[in-house]
Design a protein around this ligand. Structure first.
Ligand code: CDP
Length: 211
């Protein structure tokens, strides 16, 4: 079973994907971590994240132990990720890993949950279930601000909102695999939903029951 969960930054898709994976005992891949890891590598090397050749090289040399660094979660790395993610060669270098994770999930799991921007449209167009999680930019920026503040980050809510809007615009308008709702996706707007309520709705969509 393959479940594709797409949506813009801080829509709740990461938390929901983790909960869905735990509940249905599936492997989970946060595909944003791949683009973030490439972005972080570029920043560390002093490269411009929009440099196509350097970004392709960084994507091709990515290894799994680079996907767990706590620095990946910062907004600065998120912005760099959205720049490398607009480069077709980077996406091509990363799609194989994502598809083989979906087809042959690690740990003998019977399926996988992948969350990102293009999972239901490009990476796994034949996924059994497709979800598009969204929320207003203000609600998403507020959530991300609280998350970052808890981690000791001093970024302001206004700055987070500006970076969220910049990332949304780049992710939606890029030529290669832009962020968009798959035609057959279940649309979940979490602006006024708690995580518990959103998770309950997803369980009903996937299994017909909220238990
Ligand atoms: O956690 P958040 O929603 O803020 O971002 P993320 O899922 O970690 O993704 C970081 C960036 O990677 C996004 O802004 C996208 O530009 C890019 N990305 C992508 O292009 N395709 C994916 N499947 C996943 C992420």
């Amino acid at each position: 079973m393959i479940i594709a969960i797409d949506g813009p930054a801080a829509s709740g898709k990461g938390t929901l994907s983790r909960l869905v994976a735990e509940h249905f005992r599936l492997a989970w891949l946060d595909t944003g971590s791949l683009y973030r890891a490439v972005g972080l590598k570029m920043l560390r090397n002093g490269d411009d994240p929009a440099d196509r050749e350097a970004a392709e090289k960084a994507a091709k040399s990515l290894n799994p132990n680079e996907l767990t660094n706590s620095e990946l979660k910062t907004e600065v790395v998120g912005l760099a990720a959205s720049k490398v993610a607009a480069i077709p060669e980077v996406r091509q270098a990363l799609v194989g890993f994502q598809r083989s994770f979906a087809q042959t999930p690690p740990g003998g799991a019977q399926g996988a949950v992948l969350d990102g921007r293009d999972i239901g449209t490009v990476v796994c167009p034949d996924a059994d279930f497709k979800v598009y999680v969204t929320a207003s930019p203000e609600a998403r920026a507020h959530r991300r601000f609280l998350e970052l503040r808890d981690k000791g980050d001093t970024v302001t809510e206004q700055e987070v909102l500006a970076m969220t809007r910049e990332r949304d615009a780049r992710d939606t308008n890029r030529g290669e695999s832009p962020l968009k709702t798959a035609e057959d996706a279940y649309l979940l707007d979490t602006t006024n939903l708690s995580i518990d309520a959103a998770f309950a709705a997803l369980k009903v969509y996937i299994s017909g029951s909220s238990n």
